[in-house]
Design a protein around this ligand. Structure first.
Ligand SMILES: NC(=O)c1ccc[n+]([C@@H]2O[C@H](COP(=O)([O-])OP(=O)(O)OC[C@H]3O[C@@H](n4cnc5c(N)ncnc54)[C@H](OP(=O)(O)O)[C@@H]3O)[C@@H](O)[C@H]2O)c1
Length: 247
């Protein structure tokens, strides 16, 4: 099952999993896009809104039949913290954090009980390592998702259920960053949607703790953000990252 399959990285991932021989269940809200993808992959389509707790419960039931969950759906619609409303807080937490946590834990409980082998790939972001201006809810949820993934993975150590956090950097050509028309500072490199899809395949095959889909220098800069956030803030001010919106 791939969530967010109607979006840039979810679609690329679904196509690659199809090429690798997977039978797919694709989910998102935009049925037309899922139907188009299903026409080329033979996938089953399940329309669901991850902000609806009932829809998430329905997906948890459906997920019991799966071997692999790729929990990729995400929303990046933040603004300045002074404009944040409780509705936006709830929406971003529901989509980016609550739904993958609820689905992963229900899936893991079922697979541990049946003894089946299974894998969860959670799509995080370098925004789970480093904070940037105007992305406070995105940062909050991606930091949280990374914490959940790395802890839950350890809980499952002696089971046949694996969890991998896959963290993309800036992805060109398709997806929320490409569609935002953001100009990166010179020298900052990007990766392609296919790189993310390949990373998901690697995660499913080898169950690493994390897969980074970003150039080494960007991962290094993001890591600096975790160990020295004050320095990262000063560097970002010099680079004027306020003009960019993160993904
Ligand atoms: N693109 C990048 O550069 C980049 C970098 C780092 C991390 N990421 C992460 O990669 C993942 C995929 O991003 P993307 O770039 O492919 O974004 P995207 O093109 O905006 O696609 C987002 C996907 O999430 C789904 N989604 C959003 N809200 C939903 C809701 N309420 N219920 C169900 N589905 C919902 C969308 O489907 P519907 O609108 O049809 O519901 C869509 O399929 C996200 O988790 C994102 O944070 C992306």
């Amino acid at each position: 099952m791939v969530t967010g399959a109607s979006g840039g990285l979810g679609t690329a991932t679904a196509l690659e999993l199809h090429r690798q021989g997977a039978r797919l269940v694709l989910t998102a809200r935009r049925k037309e896009l899922l139907d188009q993808l299903a026409a080329t992959t033979g996938a089953e389509v399940v329309v669901a809104d991850l902000a609806s707790h009932d829809d998430v419960a329905m997906l948890c039931e459906r997920a019991k039949e799966m071997d692999v969950l790729v929990l990729n759906a995400g929303t990046g619609a933040d603004g300045d913290v002074t404009t944040l409303t409780p509705e936006v807080v709830d929406f971003v937490i529901d989509v980016n954090l609550r739904s993958p946590i609820v689905m992963t834990s229900a899936f893991a409980q079922h697979k541990v009980a049946t003894g089946e082998e299974a894998q969860v790939v959670l799509i995080g972001s370098l925004s789970g390592l480093v904070a940037t201006p105007n992305t406070q809810m995105y940062n909050a949820t991606k930091f949280g998702l990374r914490g959940f993934a790395l802890a839950a993975r350890q809980d499952l150590e002696h089971t046949r259920v694996g969890i991998t956090l896959l963290a993309p950097g800036f992805i060109r050509d398709a997806g929320m960053f490409a569609e935002n028309d953001v100009t990166l500072p010179s020298g900052v490199r990007t990766k392609a949607p296919q790189d993310v899809a390949n990373g998901v395949v690697k995660a499913i095959r080898t169950n690493p703790a994390e897969v980074y889909v970003s150039p080494a220098e960007l991962r290094l800069a993001a890591t600096l953000g975790t160990v020295a956030p004050g320095i990262s803030e000063r560097i970002q001010k010099r680079m004027d990252t306020k003009k960019m919106s993160g993904s």
